[in-house]
Design a protein around this ligand. Structure first.
Ligand SMILES: NC(=O)c1ccc[n+]([C@@H]2O[C@H](COP(=O)([O-])OP(=O)(O)OC[C@H]3O[C@@H](n4cnc5c(N)ncnc54)[C@H](O)[C@@H]3O)[C@@H](O)[C@H]2O)c1
Length: 438
């Protein structure tokens, strides 16, 4: 196949301003906003952001073509981003950043007024879904249909007042209590009826998702709650021609897991057990201290090993694994989580070996560039005419949504290839199948 066999897609230009709306203005959202401002001011490059920092190899190795992704595809410029969002507690991004304590005051001070100007709108909030928080900046609207309408009005007003050309929404709100899809989630009509009837199965994050999609705003979900991972939302996204992606930012321990497990498998080393424990002391940790909220996270974290290791294909190596995940709320650590992994592997003649990983990570420092990339790539997808689930963004997510019944891909490196090949394909370049190096 020659390069001329590939036809570039028509992608609308990224002119004008892009509004990035985050339901939830806590640690992740405020760190994301502060980092983009720092990058704009030349204080720090956007480290960890693939859309901003990574190169992409084009054609054969001998061609020597290796542009930056942001110079290869038409992404919105950082200078063109406008921030907005909702929160039941934080009044603005400065307060949020100070409360969560991720960034030092010396880093916040030069951008304090800009952060203060990012004012959180009153939230659609329900303590039933996040028992550890007492929302105060909450819309005084009881009925769920009316709440959806109020959010749609917020979206419209934000767009007009900030002179935005386009919007995207990235859920950075607390993890909601675990729930499974119910009858009201089967179709758009059933969901709308559920909104009118105040169906208790409808969580706030779903109301934001509905409002976004009805407003033709792409929606990415950074938490493990269902939000757009529901038949009704997939249907609505297709109907309204809007891209969606979820769920749960892949940071910290799961990022490590999806880097290490493909390596063990590549070398045909067996795995007997993987014990993961975390201590963290931020508001996220406090919310996850409630068992019903932890359940959402646990399901999302546990899913990754099986699909990478394929126990059905390799029963001798991966047919008997104990995989345990724990999260403990421990206030002294704040946002600086400590993730311990005790990994029991085995090799030649079945001899056991142990690997210990002690990752002293900073959760929001790892999550912030993901918010940026998801926002920019979701906006790109919309301009490229995409709608529905964006599997190529699985790279960023712990529990990626898939189209149809296909198996979920968790291997970070296969996900990376898929992401870059999607960009190559859209731009009329040949896919690369063997190596991303260079
Ligand atoms: N930091 C990471 O590495 C990481 C990784 C994966 C997922 N996440 C998820 O991202 C989300 C944000 O994490 P964080 O560390 O910023 O938490 P956080 O507690 O600092 O911020 C969440 C914010 O959401 C707000 N909120 C709760 N319900 C809301 C609602 N209905 N509408 C609007 N706002 C609402 C809370 O008031 C809070 O300010 C969490 O769900 C977390 O599990 C974070």
């Amino acid at each position: 196949m020659t390069m001329t066999d590939h036809h570039a897609r028509e992608i609308a230009p990224a002119g004008g301003k892009l509004g990035v709306l985050t339901p939830g203005m806590g640690a992740v959202a405020s760190t994301f906003i502060a980092g983009v401002i720092a990058a704009r001011q030349g204080i720090s490059p956007p480290l960890g952001s693939v859309s901003q920092m990574a190169h992409i190899r084009l054609g054969g190795k001998e061609d020597g073509r290796n542009p930056l992704i942001r110079e290869f595809v038409p992404l919105a410029e950082l200078d063109d981003i406008v921030f907005g969002g909702w929160d039941p507690l934080s009044p603005n991004a400065l307060e949020a950043a100070r409360t969560c304590g991720v960034l030092e005051e010396r880093d916040l001070a030069p951008m304090a007024s800009e952060l203060e100007g990012v004012v959180a709108m009153d939230a659609v909030f329900d303590k039933e879904w996040v028992s550890r928080l007492d929302g105060v900046r909450v819309k005084d609207v009881a009925n769920k249909w009316d709440q959806a309408m109020a959010l749609m009005a917020d979206i419209e007003n934000f767009k007009t007042e900030n002179d935005c050309d386009r919007l995207v929404m990235v859920w950075c709100g607390s993890t909601e209590a675990y729930s499974e899809p119910a009858a009201c989630h089967e179709t758009v009509a059933a969901f709308e009826q559920g909104l009118e009837d105040d169906d208790p199965e409808i969580a706030p994050s779903q109301i934001y998702a509905y409002a976004a999609l009805q407003s033709e705003v792409p929606f990415a979900n950074g938490a493990p709650n269902l939000s757009v991972d529901l038949p009704c939302m997939i249907q609505l996204a297709e109907q309204r021609n809007v891209p969606i992606a979820g769920k749960d930012f892949k940071t910290g321990q799961t990022l490590m897991k999806t880097m290490l497990a493909p390596g063990f498998k590549a070398r045909m080393l067996g795995l007997r057990g993987w014990y993961s424990t975390n201590i963290l002391g931020n508001r996220d940790g406090e919310v996850l201290d409630a068992p019903e909220n932890f359940k959402s996270k646990e399901v999302s974290k546990l899913g990754v090993l099986d699909t990478i290791l394929q126990p059905d294909v390799y029963p001798d190596l991966y047919g008997n694994i104990d995989h345990v995940v724990r999260i403990n709320y421990y206030p002294p650590r704040g946002d600086n989580k400590e993730g311990w992994d005790a990994i029991d592997i085995f090799g030649w003649l079945g001899y056991p070996m142990q690997i210990k990983v002690d990752f002293l990570c900073r959760d929001s420092i790892l999550a912030a560039p993901i918010v940026l990339d998801l926002a920019l790539f979701m906006d790109l997808a919309a301009r490229a005419g995409e709608s529905g689930v964006q599997e190529w963004l699985s790279f960023y997510l712990k529990a990626p949504q898939q189209r149809g019944g296909a198996d979920i891909e968790h291997d970070l490196f296969i996900q990376q290839t898929k992401l870059k090949n999607t960009l190559r394909e859209w731009m009329g370049e040949q896919p690369v199948t063997h190596s991303e190096a260079g």
